[in-house]
Ligand binder design. Structure first.
Ligand SMILES: Nc1ncnc2c1ncn2[C@@H]1O[C@H](COP(=O)(O)OP(=O)(O)OP(=O)(O)O)[C@@H](O)[C@H]1O
Ligand SMILES: [Mg+2]
Length: 224
């Protein structure tokens, strides 16, 4: 079965201290096996949009559908399952457990949804660590990694989980060309395996293989 995500008239207003209107009227539909890109200025609402798609925060208006069912109608247990098995995040900010080394952090990310046994998972982690030039840092703590190393590690943490969709939030920022190429190769492989990919990026080169490209501006999403 090919799973689908659909956003209908989604809006988001943050009302913590000061009211911030971000997304106004977002309509978007995509499915597994497709790669879509979203670009837009800093502070425009790209991360907010990814968080809403992945069920981490609620929209203030409109609806997100997963296969024709509204996320709003999911029970708390179903939402937990949705976040654990359907969605993987490559977060823009680092989200590692400080007391665990890199290997254990990656294993923890995978363990929310993996069919691999301990030995298979370790070898999968090793494979990605080698491809992104991090294998020598496998037993390092997050605090012992450089900024770029942490970013590459966050990328692996998002990819390693066996989910239907990958939501990647500017994963290539500040990385050199070789590492960016490797990340894009991995993203394309995951797409070919049938995963859906949403990539938020400022880098137009990375959107060349996208099935659909969007730009987010003034709270609205338009195809490029
Ligand atoms: N929890 C929050 N409470 C209030 N305002 C918020 C909150 N989170 C984000 N915002 C505001 O919403 C707007 C969109 O933020 P968001 O992080 O989605 O932008 P972005 O497009 O991902 O930016 P960047 O490219 O810099 O990562 C910003 O103006 C931000 O200040
Ligand atoms: Mg962001």
């Amino acid at each position: 079965m090919v799973n689908k995500i659909k956003l209908v008239d989604v809006s988001k207003v943050y009302e913590d201290n000061i009211k911030v209107e971000t997304l106004k009227n977002i309509n978007l539909e995509f499915e597994q096996g497709k790669f879509i890109s979203i670009s837009g200025h800093s502070g425009i609402g790209k991360s907010t949009l990814l968080f809403i798609i992945g069920g981490l925060i609620d929209a203030t208006g409109g609806d997100v559908f997963y296969n024709d069912r509204k996320l709003r109608d999911f029970s708390p247990k179903e939402m937990d399952g949705f976040r654990a098995t359907e969605m993987s995040f490559i977060f823009q900010e680092y989200q590692f457990v400080q007391a665990l080394n890199l290997r254990d952090n990656l294993a923890l990310s995978a363990n929310t949804n993996t069919t691999l046994n301990h030995v298979e998972l370790e070898s999968r982690i090793d494979e990605y660590l080698k491809r992104l030039n991090l294998f020598e840092r496998k037993l390092f703590l997050p605090s012992q990694l450089s900024g770029g190393q942490k970013r590459r590690a966050m990328f692996i943490a998002g990819i390693i989980k066996d989910s239907n969709f990958i939501l990647a939030d500017e994963p290539t920022n500040d990385l050199d060309d070789e590492m960016v190429r490797e990340m894009m190769a991995i993203i394309n492989e995951e797409k070919e395996k049938g995963r859906g990919v949403v990539l938020v990026t400022h880098n137009e080169e990375l959107t060349q293989n996208a099935d659909m490209k969007y730009s987010l501006k003034s709270g609205l999403l338009s195809p490029i």
